[in-house]
Design a protein. Structure first.
Length: 482
């Protein structure tokens, strides 16, 4: 598997999410906020587009263009396409950071092909040409995938066109896929880019889900997660969901993810129109009235109870296997939240309950993370106003809402949250020996993952390279002292 393919594998769910999944009897999050290429919903049109795009690339026919609105599934389609061509033996380079332009973009292309960039543009072009020729002689097709290509300026797009001029005398040596928002189409209509536009042999336009597709999509995602008949959504709820989401998959995920918390809060496996409307309001998609304070508290308390049951099972498994309690996946059976409530007595009225209630009103409840720690780690994070702790027989339960959104803090993630994470790691010296003068580029890549592992080792945590909630708490502690 190439480095590009390795970068698009799933990151394990955080511990708080596992507790929710366990309470609902789900194997994984059915409506994640990050691209999910492993559970791909294929309409007839998407299946046809995928087959045609794959053929164009493997037949070395030229550019493939992929466009769609924000949240329409471009990144997921792109990653599926990458896996499809790699399955046929292609070599790939996947570019996420399109704020790089010109020669910097070319250097990133080389790095993602596993090459070391040179000092100037001419050296890099020559090095890339040699690499592409070697791949061609060995029978391998080379494909460059660029996400968020609407950020590229005209000079960078022209450079990409020039890269397709590299040829063996018989065939183009490099195939390119440009994925971006609809404004990319407008850019390519410019007169000075007409040569590039003329080389586009396949244009995939991602359209919103139809009402029928949306019904099948929800059923597909719940079935993949193992919901079976345990979670149901009635016809009026489906109509409300289509109306609020406009068939946009990202909006669907935002609404349905919050609906799952509503299922926990109510103890009923039925999702109705009222719950969809409240969830859409919480997601900022409509002006629906927010959930009452009491509902938020009930949802958070149910989350804590479910986490407690999951924690006990996880710690028993850790004791049997010798694994770290922090790293052990929490997994418990249960068809509904009542199972968890009946099995574990509710926590006593204490400061912990008050803390949870305050947290539920101060933050979006979906951001609240619940996870177990051992005694030493509990002592290290005790005393923080934003951390809720409750001692159990052999561990301490922690509830905390991270100050950074967790969704972008995964391999391939990018943006302000990643940049903030990198700044904290940089401040505590975790980027030492990274080889970069300033590695803070807003892209969660191998260098950032290595810095996270280095920090985790310094804190006696499992060196996973993932931004889990416990790592973020300890990083905030260290950053605050730095």
């Amino acid at each position: 598997m190439s480095e590009a393919a390795a970068r698009i594998q799933h990151e394990p769910a955080d511990t708080g999410t596992r507790a929710v999944l366990a309470a609902l009897g789900l194997a994984h999050a059915p409506f994640p906020q990050t691209p999910d290429a492993a559970h791909y919903f294929q309409t007839t049109g998407l299946e046809r587009d995928m087959a045609e795009a794959t053929h164009c690339l493997l037949a070395r026919k030229g550019f493939v263009l992929l466009t769609g609105e924000v949240g329409q599934g471009k990144t997921t389609f792109l990653r599926r396409l990458l896996l499809a061509v790699e399955h046929e033996g292609a070599r790939s380079s996947l570019i996420f950071n399109t704020f790089l332009q010109g020669s910097d973009l070319l250097a990133e292309v080389l790095r993602n092909f596993g090459l070391r960039p040179g000092r100037d543009l001419a050296t890099n072009l020559a090095g890339l040409n040699r690499f592409l020729l070697e791949c061609w002689r060995s029978g391998s097709t080379c494909v460059l995938f660029i996400d968020d290509a609407q950020n590229l300026d005209a000079g960078s797009l022209e450079l990409l066109r020039l890269l397709t001029n590299l040829e063996s005398g018989q065939e183009k040596l490099l195939q390119i896929v440009l994925a971006g928002q609809p404004e990319l189409e407008d850019t390519l209509q410019r007169h000075d880019l007409r040569q590039l536009a003329s080389r586009i042999v396949k244009h995939v336009r991602l359209e919103p889900l139809t009402p029928d597709d949306l019904t099948r999509y929800i059923a597909f995602r719940l079935e993949c997660a193992g919901a079976g008949e345990r979670i149901r959504i009635d016809q009026r709820a489906r109509s409300a969901l289509y109306r609020d989401s406009a068939g946009n998959p990202r909006r669907v995920h935002l609404i349905m993810d919050r609906c799952l918390y509503g299922v926990i809060a109510s103890g009923r496996p039925e999702i109705d129109a009222a719950l969809v409307q409240r969830a859409a309001g919480e997601a900022g998609i409509t002006r629906a009235r927010p959930l009452p304070r009491r509902m938020l508290v009930v949802a958070s308390a149910a989350l804590v109870v479910a986490a407690g049951l999951a924690t006990a099972a996880g710690l028993r498994q850790a004791a049997d296997t010798g694994a770290s309690p922090v790293a052990t996946m929490l997994a418990v059976p249960g068809d509904a939240i009542q199972t968890a409530v009946a099995a574990v007595p509710p926590p006593p009225a204490s400061d912990f309950g008050t803390c949870i209630e305050r947290a539920a009103t101060d933050v979006n409840k979906a951001a609240l993370q619940v996870f177990p720690v051992d005694g030493d780690l509990a002592r290290r994070i005790a005393g923080r106003d934003d951390v809720c702790l409750q001692g159990r027989d052999d561990h301490t339960l922690v509830a905390w809402a991270p100050t950074l959104p967790l969704e972008p803090l995964v391999r391939g993630g990018r943006g302000d949250a990643v940049l903030a994470l990198q700044s904290r790691l940089f401040a505590v010296g975790a980027f030492v020996d990274s080889g970069e003068a300033d590695p803070r580029d807003g892209l969660f890549g191998p260098v950032t993952a290595a810095a996270l592992r280095r920090f985790q080792q310094s804190q006696q945590l499992p060196a996973t390279g993932r931004a889990d909630p416990l790592t973020l708490i300890l990083l905030e502690n260290a950053y605050g002292r730095g």
